[in-house]
Design a protein around this ligand. Structure first.
Ligand code: ADP
Length: 385
């Protein structure tokens, strides 16, 4: 062997080794792909993009569509395994994909052998030959029937809830209006009796008329509160709210009470947040007004307001040095008309905290209280960013 031919022979061996290595890589890749194609927990079908006939599929597709074996599916047209509407859609997508590339996340409806529908997401990738011509399209189909069912259920539930809420609000509103009228008559009549017939009434009679007057006054307050409660959340507009500014307005509205009680209000830096302006002001007003109202006798209220930023929420706190709340009274505190029995001497109708809770919920948040009886209370609320 001369020098030249020995060089050529070594080059051939090198090339043969390269071919071997490439073939090995191809074999591994085919095995991997075949494994993925066959054992993926999703359905696969290989389609001739020009005719729409199925040339291959995996067992997931066979079993999901209720066929006996692969043979029963291979060679059939795509229109056999999808609904008529989806068939038209897929053939159009296939045609478009020849020039526009892969099909991505298209919703289609598969048809089982027994005619049952399965909603699925279709993705498709084209395989080209050496000449750059598409020879097959590999479909990946993910069953989304359960997701769709859950989505429909959630949508129905949401609609039901919205309807019930609307009905309830209407009911509360109508009831409250209608109740106001007979209540006004009761108040007017009891006042009239008290004024015009006071000398004809016994002490007991006067006492009972006093009860009627007081109870109807309380009821009027409750009806007003109920109406206000049902109105919170109507016509909402989300804006950027300067919480500091809203707190100042709330303080201004409570100016008289703050002066009378010689209260000190300490406030850290408050942020600007996305929220409902009027409602947020009402929320601070209710918490501040309670902190002033439930102060210890002869102790000037000291109210501390803070804001802390977390990843998803802003957490605000309103702390006071007031009378505090016993642990057993905390549970129902935010329920409408709920009042702590021993604190009934303070004026109120038990709607302030229910309003506060509704406002916080509108901001996808939460409200809670930590309190020590005789020491003070801290109301916390968090607002979604
Ligand atoms: P109202 O003040 O009209 O009774 P709220 O709904 O605002 O209604 O409050 C419900 C109850 O919670 C009050 O009756 C009171 O017993 C208790 N409460 C609220 N805020 C405080 C507070 N800062 N300190 C102590 N008790 C409070």
């Amino acid at each position: 062997m001369n020098k030249q031919s020995s060089k050529e022979s070594s080059q051939i061996t090198k090339l043969e080794q390269q071919i071997d290595s490439l073939q090995e890589r191809l074999r591994i890749s085919e095995t991997n792909f075949g494994f993925l194609y066959e054992d993926n927990p999703v359905m696969h079908a290989t389609i001739n993009p020009l005719t729409g006939y199925i040339v291959n599929c995996n067992s997931m597709l066979v079993s999901n569509l209720g066929y006996k074996n692969k043979k029963a599916v291979l060679g059939t047209h795509i229109s056999e395994i999808v609904t008529k509407k989806s068939s038209i859609k897929i053939l159009a997508l296939l045609e478009a994909s020849l020039s526009q590339g892969p099909i991505a996340s298209e919703e289609i409806t598969l048809k089982t052998k027994k005619g049952k529908s399965i909603q699925a997401i279709l993705n498709s990738r084209a395989i080209y030959n050496k000449a750059g011509i598409v020879v097959k399209s590999i479909f990946t189909l993910v069953d989304i029937s359960e997701i769709k069912k859950a989505q429909r259920k959630a949508k129905n539930k949401k609609e039901d809830l919205e309807r019930v809420n609307k009905d309830l609000e209407q009911f509360v509103s109508i009831c409250s209006h209608d109740l106001q009228e007979p209540l006004a008559t009761i108040r007017f009549s009891s006042d009239f009796l008290m004024q015009k017939f006071t000398d004809q009434l016994s002490e007991k009679g006067k006492e009972y008329i006093g009860y009627i007057h007081e109870a109807s006054g309380r009821m009027a307050q409750q009806i007003k509160g109920l109406l206000e409660h049902s109105r919170i959340g109507r016509d909402l507009k989300i804006t950027k709210v300067d919480v500091q500014e809203q707190l100042e307005v709330a303080k201004y509205d409570l100016k008289k009470r703050i002066q009378e009680t010689s209260a000190t209000i300490i406030c850290g830096k408050l942020p600007k947040i996305k929220g409902y302006k009027v409602e947020l002001r009402l929320l601070f007003q209710n918490l501040l007004s309670n902190a002033l109202k439930y102060a210890k006798k002869d102790v000037a209220p000291i109210i501390n307001i803070t804001a802390k930023e977390e990843e998803e929420f802003w957490i605000f706190s309103v702390a006071d040095n007031g009378i505090g709340i016993k642990e057993q009274d905390i549970e129902d505190l935010f329920t409408i008309f709920s009042r702590v029995p021993t604190q009934q001497k303070q004026e109120g109708s038990g709607v302030g905290l229910a309003h506060a809770e509704k406002i916080v919920k509108l901001h996808e948040g939460d409200i809670w209280v930590e309190s020590q009886f005789g020491v003070g209370s801290t109301f916390y609320f968090k607002i979604k960013k």
